[in-house]
Write a protein that binds this ligand. Sequence first.
Ligand SMILES: Nc1ccn([C@H]2C[C@H](O)[C@@H](COP(=O)(O)O)O2)c(=O)n1
Ligand code: ZN
Length: 152
Amino acid sequence: MGVAFLSGQRSKDPRTQVGACIVNKDKRIVSTGYNGMPNSCSDDDLPWEREEGTLKNKHLYVCHAEMNAVVNTFSESLKGCTMYVSLFPCNECTKIIIQAGITEIWYYSDKKKGDPKDIASRKMLRMAKVKIRRFPRQKESIKIDFNVNENS
Ligand SMILES: Nc1ccn([C@H]2C[C@H](O)[C@@H](COP(=O)(O)O)O2)c(=O)n1
Ligand SMILES: [Zn+2]
């Protein structure tokens, strides 16, 4: 989950940074992703605002962290893999997760719980028998010290 959050820090979304990390059955990381604009689509030309009903709405363009993690993988297959994600997957990412063969999801936050998209996600995940687990609140943060080996 730490790697998922670290990946999320690369997102340029000024409001919500989401990160995902996929591991295989041997617990090896096979992909990471964060929410961002599609490849070759400049952040300077696409909006980060959310003006509903207009073209100045990031939701029309942004690729979600989970989708990016699925398409970014170097693994031949994601069948039986587990996804760690900082925010519960939306209905669109859920479809991609299921189609990719991912069988378990650990999420940190589900702040949109109860929204229609969230309910649809849970319904599809239940039908597809994908296990969903809330990540335990063990730590508030992880400090990364780049100088850890300098004085030893
Ligand atoms: N499971 C999710 C949910 C959302 N995102 C992305 C999509 C946007 O960039 C941002 C949410 O923006 P907000 O509605 O909070 O302004 O997070 C994602 O990648 N995965
Ligand atoms: Zn999504």
